[in-house]
Design a protein around this ligand. Structure first.
Ligand SMILES: CC(C)(COP(=O)(O)OP(=O)(O)OC[C@H]1O[C@@H](n2cnc3c(N)ncnc32)[C@H](O)[C@@H]1OP(=O)(O)O)[C@@H](O)C(=O)NCCC(=O)NCCS
Length: 208
């Protein structure tokens, strides 16, 4: 299955923001608390029982070679502790990416370093298991979270950093409206080579 997103999203803030379904609802079918959703992908609260899934994902080099944590294993205790700390502060919003079709948690997405004074945050995303990559899931999850960030949280801009060997992520972020604002040459060492870190930003566009 390949999810479809035909147009580059426009994150307008206007009187009509009813297109986004944003209410927290309890999906009794799978007992997950769903925070944002579309037909195919739900963004759910992460629970302690997800720790084994996170553990597998975070020890899979197919995923971690694109993150800044390739060189150390993670443990079940570490993941459990991480989950326990997730919903205790207001400076980050971390959600699980849940596939409706398979009823599985397949990754995480987050707005980190939320700063209400500046109206900014830093996006992070990891979809575990390469079989889920390149199917439109990342684009779908990011679009949902950005719409929430701009129309509900009143953020102005969201930043991220991506490594130059991550062509899929670069393509996905551009589709979601991010633009490259700078590059730090030779910043990370992955698979025996130094790679550039690319900084991208997406800004809210105000409707007049
Ligand atoms: C990066 C990531 C979130 C993107 O999500 P995704 O669901 O795989 O991406 P999508 O399918 O929505 O979009 C990928 C785009 O890149 C294209 N693409 C797929 N494989 C590609 C490749 N090897 N090289 C270049 N482009 C590729 C797809 O065709 C698609 O573009 P299109 O929509 O114009 O056709 C996901 O792949 C992931 O989590 N990867 C591992 C961890 C990671 O890299 N995290 C981000 C760190 S910054």
């Amino acid at each position: 299955m390949r999810l479809r997103l035909d147009q580059k999203p426009e994150f307008f803030v206007s009187a009509d923001i009813s297109t986004q379904q944003h209410e927290v609802k309890d999906m009794t079918e799978d007992n997950r608390t769903v925070f944002l959703h579309n037909d195919d992908v739900h963004l759910v609260l992460i629970e302690e029982t997800d720790a084994p899934t996170l553990l597998r994902g975070m020890n899979d080099t197919g995923t971690t070679r694109f993150l800044n944590r390739v060189d150390m294993p993670t443990s079940l205790d570490f993941e459990r502790e991480w989950v326990r700390g997730l919903y205790t502060s207001t400076n980050k919003l971390v959600l699980g990416i849940w596939m409706v079709e398979s009823q599985k948690l397949i990754g995480t997405i987050s707005l980190n370093k939320l700063c209400y004074r500046n109206g900014t945050a830093i996006l992070g995303i990891a979809i575990f298991d390469t079989t889920h990559h390149g199917r439109g899931i990342g684009t779908s999850a990011i679009t949902m979270l950005l719409e929430h960030a701009f129309t509900r949280m009143n953020l102005r801009a969201v930043k991220l950093s991506v490594f130059s060997h991550n062509a899929r992520a670069l393509r996905c972020y551009k589709r979601c409206g991010f633009e490259v604002v700078g590059t730090i040459p030779n910043w990370v060492f992955v698979d025996g080579k130094y790679r550039d870190e690319i900084i991208m930003v997406v800004r809210r566009r105000r409707a007049h």
